[in-house]
Write a new protein. Structure first.
Length: 95
């Protein structure tokens, strides 16, 4: 069964097109390299966003966790802070 990771992030400044472009061109492709099937960037407020990452299974998500530090380092040039992260098996979906 697929497995989801939801990362909630705050920014010191407004989420602008430059930040979104950086996420599209750099952060989201890194998640694909870690085995993600899908990744979504959702702007949840003027200074906040969530990244919803879907992995094929929990094992792949766990393996990616160890490598995600590189993604966080790449994002360190941005004024953002990881607020929290939740993980779990996807038990139903609408397709």
């Amino acid at each position: 069964m697929s497995y989801a990771v939801i990362s909630n992030i705050n920014s010191e400044k407004s989420i602008d097109e430059k930040s979104i472009g950086y996420a599209k061109s750099t952060l989201i492709p890194m998640l694909k390299l870690l085995g993600a099937k899908h990744a979504y960037l959702c702007k949840t407020g003027e200074n906040s966003f969530s990244i919803i990452t879907i992995y094929p299974d929990e094992k792949t998500a766990a393996s990616a966790l160890a490598k995600q530090e590189a993604i966080r380092e790449a994002a360190s040039e941005l004024p953002i802070t990881l607020v929290d992260e939740i993980r779990g098996e996807i038990v139903a979906s609408l397709e």
